[in-house]
Design a protein around this ligand. Structure first.
Ligand code: HSE
Length: 431
């Protein structure tokens, strides 16, 4: 039986999980793949660190460059999560004809075009299932299962940490910081958790999904990104009163003319929509293809085991590609879609929370500003029980462009009766 050698770069949470499960499920993989997958070398930063798995000391090195020069290694698994070093490792592996498996979403979002141009030139596949939505096989689904479809839309909860935080805030009344600390302790958060809460990590994943769905690498500067840092428990409870829940959503859509939109922001979604019941670290993606119609993918979006499952699936793909070479390197560019709409032009519905003086005539002033900008209000309420000189006023706004709403917020914020900066959250009714 053939043995394929693996060089593992990075032995953090996911790297340790990959090693553990490759060892535990070795017999199953051997039966299913008809070959052996054997880790030949592991590059780590710190040789002495306890990783919770027993690794023969002879496998460890502190020099990732050794993976490139080792002839026993045919597959390089990049889990270092770095920028420059990870890029050098990946490009170096491709140049040497070694297949690549990576979960490095930030790197793919930024350097995907360069990586796949090199992969195509050298006819070396690069696999990246673990880069998006942990254990959910969404990359394989979009690339293979939906190959015959124009993808009309993808709505995704694609950051486990922020979904965990929003769930804990909503269900247990936990504060933002406590909920984040729990997610970090469970190993869901990025090394820099700011990326989880500021929408950056979800944006990396949205860029990868949109690029794969539409056949060109979407530039990061075209993607609107807002995080969950300013969501308050009041927003969560007001949204609930209106029949919505708040999720950090990646929204990717294409119109009939081939223009696409890619955005990540907190979003009010109807509590009856299936994505509203996706809680904790779970991710879910609703994908609509022109042939297949509506589909839904659900699973753990972060954590050692689910992410390892995706890396191992890619290792199996790499082993199959080594046995029978293929022309598809993992990303096929085409020119059927092209431009990415700027946020100003994108039309949405909105939740607006204002802190206003508690006196007659205030609602009329606000409605006047919106009316003059031709923006319709679909509902309005003033929560009961608030006392003092100011009260909250919550409005749901009909479809309007983001540019229209920017003007409205500027004018409303300048009214003397409005006492704090208006808070706006986009609403998605999936219509
Ligand atoms: N920090 C990421 C998340 C890990 O919370 O979703 C998975 O990419």
């Amino acid at each position: 039986m053939q043995t394929f050698g693996i060089g593992l770069a990075g032995m953090g949470n996911v790297g340790a999980g990959v090693f553990k499960h490759l060892t535990l499920n070795r017999a199953l993989l051997r039966e299913r793949l008809g070959c052996e997958l054997e880790v030949k070398k592991i590059a780590v930063r710190d040789m002495a660190r306890d990783r919770g798995v027993s690794v023969p000391a002879g496998l460890l090195t502190t020099r990732w460059e050794e993976l490139l020069d080792d002839p026993a290694i045919q597959i390089v698994v990049e889990l270092m999560g770095q920028k420059d070093e990870s890029l050098r490792l990946i490009l170096g592996a491709i140049e040497r004809g070694k297949m690549v498996v990576t979960g490095n979403k930030a790197l793919l979002a930024e350097h995907g075009q360069e990586i796949f141009e090199a992969a195509t030139k050298h006819k070396v596949p690069v696999f990246f299932e673990a880069a998006v939505a942990g254990g959910i096989p969404i990359i394989k689904a979009i690339r293979e299962a939906f190959v015959g479809n124009h993808i009309r839309s993808i709505h995704g909860i694609i950051n486990g940490t922020s979904n965990y935080i929003l769930t804990r805030m909503s269900e247990s009344g936990l504060g933002f910081a406590e909920a984040l600390a729990e997610a970090q302790a469970a190993g869901y958060a990025e090394a820099d958790p700011a990326l989880d809460v500021n929408g950056g990590d979800a944006a990396h994943k949205a860029i990868i999904l949109a690029s794969l769905a539409y056949g060109f690498w979407v530039p990061a500067e075209k993607v609107f990104v807002e995080g969950i840092e300013r969501i308050t428990s009041s927003d969560i409870s007001f949204a609930r009163k209106l029949g919505y829940v708040i999720k950090l959503l990646g929204i990717i859509k294409a119109d009939a003319g081939g223009e696409i939109e890619v955005r990540v922001h907190p979003t009010l979604i109807p509590e009856k929509h299936v994505l509203a019941s996706v809680n904790g670290v779970f991710n879910a993606l609703a994908v609509h293809g022109d042939i297949v119609g509506d589909t839904l993918f659900y699973g753990r979006g972060a954590g050692q085991d689910p992410t390892s499952s995706s890396v191992i699936a890619d290792l199996a793909e790499a082993a199959a590609a080594l046995q029978s070479p293929r022309s598809n390197c993992g990303f096929i560019p085409h020119g059927l879609y092209g431009t990415c709409q700027p946020i100003d032009q994108i039309v949405s519905e909105y939740y607006l929370r204002l802190t206003v003086e508690d006196r007659p005539g205030v609602i009329a002033q606000i409605a006047g500003v919106l009316g003059a900008l031709n923006i319709g209000i679909s509902s309005i309420f003033q929560p009961e029980g608030e006392e003092g000189e100011t009260v909250s006023l919550v409005l749901v706004i009909h479809k309007a462009s983001n540019a229209q709403m920017a003007s409205a917020l500027e004018q409303i914020g300048a009214l003397p009766c409005v006492k704090k900066a208006p808070r706006m959250i986009r609403v998605e009714n999936f219509a």
